[in-house]
Design a protein. Structure first.
Length: 243
């Protein structure tokens, strides 16, 4: 099933989203600490409020924001190729990922970006970046962005000028829940360009296989092209889940 959403106007929630993302897009990435990461590394909000990962090619790493912590991680020309999840988002705080250039995540048995934190996850762009893309390949029971197998994916926002592409052939949603997991409170706004191509069994945006999808908002100048998997909505739930 395929659907295109373009520019939903008159959306108060989107106005709040745009206002909320303004400070994010003002980050230029200059004079930001650069860290080396690896499969066993954890970038933590207790160490940094903002940090940059540049030109790294290798396996995945963890971003942790604990209670009352917010962390912004700039990904600049990063390539992650791993058997499990490429990025792990942990803790109870809020995590923002800003994009510069072309970034690629590929996971085998896990989610592309595994969101385990109870706070928010924002994916946006850095001001002045000529390109701000994130391409995710996922073939597992986890979501491209969101929950792992059996896990829900919620409180996810994509905005700014981010260009996000998810190719999924497993049982999780492109963005939202893993297999049997619900996907909810997902917002795509600003000038974001999001493309989901699902050839497995799960919604493009929403629930994983037999998972429900709810509270999904597309607004501003965002452009979304979503293809759902077998018996699954492009945006919503996956049969027999509820939309």
């Amino acid at each position: 099933m395929k659907v295109m959403w373009k520019k939903v106007t008159g959306c108060f929630l989107c106005l709040l989203l745009l206002i909320g993302l303004m400070p994010v897009n003002m980050v230029k990435g200059d004079n930001v600490p650069v860290v080396s990461v690896g499969n066993t590394s954890s970038v933590s909000g207790s160490q940094y409020s903002i940090v940059r990962v540049t030109g790294y090619s290798g396996e995945g790493f963890t971003i942790t924001a604990n209670e009352n912590e917010d962390i912004t991680v700039i990904l600049s020309e990063v390539t992650l190729n791993t058997l499990f999840e490429a990025l792990r988002i942990m803790g109870t705080g809020n995590v923002t990922i800003l994009l510069i250039g072309n970034n690629t995540l590929s996971s085998g048995l896990g989610a592309g970006i595994l969101k385990l934190n109870s706070g928010s996850l924002i994916i946006s762009s850095v001001e002045g970046s000529l390109s701000a893309s994130l391409s995710i390949e996922c073939h597992s029971d986890g979501a491209g962005i969101g929950g792992g197998s059996g896990g829900a994916g919620s409180n996810i926002t994509i905005g700014g000028n981010a260009q996000v592409t998810v190719n999924h052939s497993g049982l999780g949603a492109g963005i939202g829940g893993g297999q049997t997991g619900a996907g909810s409170d997902i917002t795509i706004g600003g000038n974001a360009q999001v493309t989901i191509d699902h050839s497995g069994d799960g919604a493009g945006i929403g629930g994983g296989q037999i998972g429900a999808g709810a509270n999904i908002t597309i607004c501003g100048n965002a452009n979304v092209i979503a293809v759902g998997g077998y018996q699954s909505a492009a945006i919503g739930g996956s049969s027999p889940g509820n939309c």
